[in-house]
Design a protein around this ligand. Structure first.
Ligand code: NI
Length: 280
């Protein structure tokens, strides 16, 4: 027995010591240490930059899901050629009326993400959207760029305030929410999911809200990103601005619809594309 102990003892002893590297004392002012500190700071800076990039990506990119489940594409079967047209920031006076006329002429139903402020300003247009068979979603009360930075409580209040404004006019409580500028945070997603909302972004958009985008460019860029199940994001309004020109989109819209139809697509409202109820 003692032979065995001796054997294992010896081997353990040998292993322990053979695995250890000789200890070297490096003076703090030596070039070796300053190099490793530099390496540490560079590594830290890089990881901070990467974390920031990931957070920004999650907040800004509509299709990013790192903060939780959001919807940016249809839930479709077998590459079914369906797509949804969505319009944000309205109702917006004459611009929305003209868009409604185009949709009626083309016999299409779309989804309007409205703001509470604009709903109060144009209640008749909101009613017109619903009477024509379109779907309405919640796009926050005042389209604030900093909503994403607010507490879960404040975000929830803003969204509920918007639904209240919609309900007063339309007797409907939308459950599809699109954050202003598509900016989302884990607090936002968590708080709204808890009370039953679905956050809907998009996967096909261009700066159609810019007065500098020609109708041709808007059309070209929207068609480029089209695929089965696409959620197209256009703007009948413009942020919380007043009298912001929408004529480039209005000029482009009939052509966008025609060319998408020519590719064999059918337009459906968002609830049908993502297979979820539009209202509570
Ligand atoms: Ni918007």
């Amino acid at each position: 027995m003692s032979g065995l102990y001796k054997f294992f003892g010896m081997s353990a002893y040998e292993k322990t010591f053979s695995a250890q590297k000789p200890i070297r004392v490096v003076p703090s002012h030596s070039p070796k240490r300053s190099f490793s500190l530099k390496k540490y700071f560079v590594t830290s800076a890089v990881s901070v930059a990467i974390s920031r990039a990931i957070i920004l990506h999650g907040a800004i990119v509509p299709t990013a899901r790192i903060f939780g489940v959001t919807v940016s594409h249809g839930r479709i079967n077998n590459n079914e050629k369906i797509a949804a047209l969505t319009f944000d920031d309205g109702p917006y006076g004459e611009a929305t009326k003209r868009i409604l006329d185009i949709l009626k002429e083309k016999n299409i139903h779309a989804t309007f993400f409205v703001t509470g402020e604009n709903v109060q300003r144009y209640p008749e247009i909101l009613r017109g959207e619903l009477i024509a068979g379109h779907i309405v979603g919640n796009h926050s009360f005042n389209h604030s760029k900093t909503l994403v930075l607010r507490s879960a409580h404040k975000i929830k209040n803003n969204v509920l305030q918007t639904n209240h404004a919609i309900f007063k006019i339309a007797k409907l409580h939308p459950r599809l929410f699109r954050p202003p500028y598509g900016l989302k945070s884990p607090f936002m997603i968590g708080a709204l999911k808890k009370i039953g909302y679905t956050i809907v972004l998009w996967d096909d958009a261009t700066k159609d809200w810019s007065a500098k985008k020609s109708p041709e460019t808007i059309t070209k860029q929207i068609l480029k990103r089209l695929k089965p199940g696409t959620i197209i994001d256009l703007h009948d309004g413009r942020d919380a601005h007043r009298k912001f020109p929408r004529q480039n989109l209005i000029a482009a819209l009939p052509g966008i619809i025609d060319r998408i139809h020519q590719q064999g697509y059918t337009f459906v409202t968002l609830d049908k594309l993502i297979k979820e109820k539009p209202y509570f």
